[in-house]
Design a protein around this ligand. Structure first.
Ligand code: SAM
Length: 289
């Protein structure tokens, strides 16, 4: 009789989720982190970095749609998009769904994540890697923004690991200062800010930091089943304070023009606009004013 093999997430010392493993597909220690990809009985294929669940085939649509469609449709005419992290390719795929996008630059620090995602998680990025508008760079996101020209991007999407280890530099003043310089006058940046019920510091500190460089800082929420602990927050920092308050019919019209309407499983114009209404236990971590 074979014994069941469980994979336990080690994000929180005193609480967590587990997956029944049906097949281990890859396990390696890269220059930056331990990468494991396995087949689960419940959520399809799953990628884990240093013991933390990054993505599952079953629920990746929630996070990827909200991290991509919300900033691009709020902006309304984004042509040049910078993606930092996101080595699984899911954000790249969603960005390239937008007809107005002319250039999508993705900067991922760990080439092994991209290689293993292509081999074992092809359903996440599909054919985005081959799109002529995509530029995929293996490198540190902070080095890229340091070198990028002023005003060269409309939207920056940071899909990184938490502010521990390699991801830490992406939550620093230096990073946000350069991001503000690299963005156009209507530019905005979004990033994963953790699950505030368990990781309130990440949201509070990140938002306070960005308030130094952007006139408008807030967050919006999404319910991602395998980012356990309730709402996931996506941090928002914009040069134009009106972008987060777009009208639902404006968003619907833009989504139709972009070719997004009817292609999503979580994002809708109503979910988009509603996601900025933060419950008090989250809103209190936003910077005043
Ligand atoms: N959605 C997941 C989450 O919210 O936890 C993140 C998924 S994505 C796979 C995270 C990626 O960020 C990893 O592949 C990691 O290598 C990359 N990353 C971490 N620090 C980075 C840095 N400084 N520059 C570029 N990519 C980085």
């Amino acid at each position: 009789m074979t014994t069941a093999c469980w994979i336990n997430e080690t994000l929180y010392p005193d609480w967590g989720q587990r997956f029944l493993l049906t097949r281990e597909l890859a396990r390696t220690k890269s220059e930056f982190q331990e990468i494991v990809i396995f087949e689960s009985a419940s959520h399809g294929r799953v990628m884990v970095l240093d013991g933390v669940i990054q993505i599952t085939e079953a629920d990746e649509f929630v996070y990827q749609e909200m991290l991509t469609h919300v900033p691009l449709l709020a902006h309304g005419s984004a042509e040049n998009v910078l993606i930092i992290g996101a080595g699984d390719g899911g954000v790249l795929r969603r960005v390239l769904q937008h007809a107005k996008v002319k250039r999508a630059v993705m900067v991922e620090i760990d080439g092994e994540v991209i290689r293993l995602a292509k081999e074992f998680l092809p359903a996440i990025a599909l054919d985005a890697w081959a799109d002529r508008r995509a530029e995929v760079i293996v490198g540190d996101g902070i080095d890229f923004v340091r070198r990028a020209p002023d005003g060269s991007f409309d939207v920056i999407i940071v899909d990184s690991t938490d502010p521990i280890g390699v991801g830490e530099t992406l939550f620093t003043d230096a990073f946000y200062r350069h991001c503000a310089r690299v963005l156009t006058h209507r530019g905005l940046i979004v990033n994963q800010c953790g699950v505030p019920f368990m990781q309130a510091d990440e949201l509070r500190e990140t938002s306070a930091r960005r308030r130094e460089f952007f006139p408008h800082v807030t967050a919006y929420v999404a319910a991602v089943p395998t980012y356990v602990g309730g709402f996931m927050t996506l941090g928002w920092a914009a040069k134009d304070p009106t972008l987060a308050a777009s009208h639902v019919e404006t968003i619907r019209h833009r989504a139709s023009e972009a070719g997004i309407l009817g292609t999503t499983q979580y994002w809708t114009p109503e979910i988009h606009v509603g996601a900025f209404n933060l419950p008090p236990y989250i809103a209190r971590h936003m910077p005043a004013g």
